[in-house]
Design a protein around this ligand. Structure first.
Ligand SMILES: [Fe+2]
Ligand SMILES: [Fe+2]
Length: 282
C-alpha cells in the first residue's frame, strides 16, 4: 500500500490550466484515509481539485499547519464545496493576531501587515468546520499523526523575527508554536508533509521521529521556509537532511529558488519540485 500525495495548491503549477497561488494545500491518502493539510490562500484548492479530478467530498479530516492566511484562506471555498461538517485539527494559537513587519510583497510602506486567518471563527464553523485544538501530537488514524508543537533543537534553524503577534501591549515576536506538520507511517518509513516549517524542517523531522518511534524517513514534501535563508543555513539544512536519512525530497511554496536549487544539487534524482498538480506515490 502506497502513500499518495496530491498537491492542490502551490505558488507554481506543473501543468497548464492549473491555478498558481501563494499558498499550500496537500492531500495525503493512505489505506483509505484522506487527510488534507492546509487549504491554500484562495480558490485554487477547489479549482485545481476539479481539474485534477480529486473529489473533495471524500476528505476525512483537515489539518492546519499554522494560522497564516496563505494556508487557511482557502478554507472558505473548500468548506462551501464540501457542504458538511468536517474535523479541522489545529493548534490553539492559529487564532493569534498574526502580522508581518515587512514591506508588502508588491512594494509600498514598511509596516505591520496582517497575515493571520482572515475569516471569523464563527463563519468557518457555520460552514462546517469542527475545530479540534491541541498543542500535542494527535493521531488522526492508525497511520497519520500531527506533530503538534515542534521543539527547536538545531543551532541553525530559527523563526524569523519579522513575524509578529499583535497583543494589547503591542507587537511581539511570534514563536509560531502553532507550526506543525502531518506525518504518515508507511511501510517504507515516514512520509513528512510540511506546511511552512517555520520552526525548521530539520526540527520537524526530528520531532516526527520521536513521536512515531520510526527512524527511517522515506520522504519529506512541502514548504521548508528557506526563502530568506543564507547559503550557510541552506547548506547546513541540506547536510542535516542527508544525515537524517531523507530518501526523497519534494519542495514547495516558501522554500525559495536559491534553496531549491541547492537542495536539487544535493539530492539529485531524489529531489523534485512539488508544484500544484503534482501527484506522487511513495
Ligand atoms: Fe507561514
Ligand atoms: Fe506559507
Amino acid at each position: 500500500m502506497k502513500v499518495r500525495l496530491t498537491t492542490l495548491c502551490d505558488n507554481t503549477v506543473g501543468a497548464s490550466g492549473l491555478t498558481g497561488e501563494w499558498g499550500l494545500s496537500i492531500l495525503a491518502e493512505f489505506r483509505g484515509e484522506k487527510v488534507l493539510l492546509d487549504a491554500g490562500f484562495g480558490d485554487a484548492v477547489v479549482k485545481n481539485a476539479d481539474l485534477i479530478g480529486v473529489d473533495l467530498g471524500g476528505v476525512d479530516q483537515i489539518v492546519l499547519s499554522h494560522g497564516h492566511l496563505d494556508h487557511t484562506g482557502g478554507l472558505t471555498p473548500l468548506l462551501q464545496r464540501m457542504g458538511r461538517k468536517i474535523a479541522v485539527y489545529a493548534h490553539p494559537d492559529v487564532w493569534d493576531q498574526k502580522y508581518s513587519a515587512s514591506l508588502q510583497p508588491w512594494g509600498g510602506e514598511k509596516g505591520y501587515h496582517f497575515i493571520g486567518i482572515q475569516q471569523r471563527r464563527e463563519t468557518l464553523e457555520s460552514l462546517g468546520a469542527d475545530f479540534r485544538y491541541d498543542r500535542a501530537p494527535v493521531w488522526l488514524n492508525d497511520h497519520m499523526v500531527t506533530t503538534g508543537e515542534v521543539p527547536m533543537v538545531t543551532p541553525f534553524e530559527f523563526v524569523e523575527d519579522n513575524l509578529c503577534v499583535k497583543t494589547e501591549t503591542g507587537y511581539i515576536t511570534d514563536p509560531l508554536l502553532d507550526d506543525q506538520a502531518l506525518v504518515i507511517k508507511s511501510e517504507r518509513g515516514l512520509v513528512v508533509v510540511l506546511g511552512c516549517a517555520h520552526r525548521g524542517a530539520v526540527n520537524t523531522i526530528l520531532h516526527a521521529k520521536t513521536i512515531t518511534g520510526v527512524d527511517r524517513v522515506h520522504a519529506v514534501v512541502g514548504g521548508t521556509h528557506l526563502l530568506r535563508a543564507d547559503d550557510d543555513q541552506i547548506n547546513q539544512t541540506a547536510a542535516a537532511l542527508r544525515e537524517l536519512g531523507v530518501e526523497k525530497l519534494g519542495v514547495s511554496h516558501c522554500t525559495g529558488l536559491p534553496a531549491a536549487a541547492m537542495l536539487a544539487r544535493e539530492f539529485g534524482p531524489d529531489f523534485f519540485f512539488n508544484t500544484a498538480g503534482t501527484v506522487i506515490e511513495f
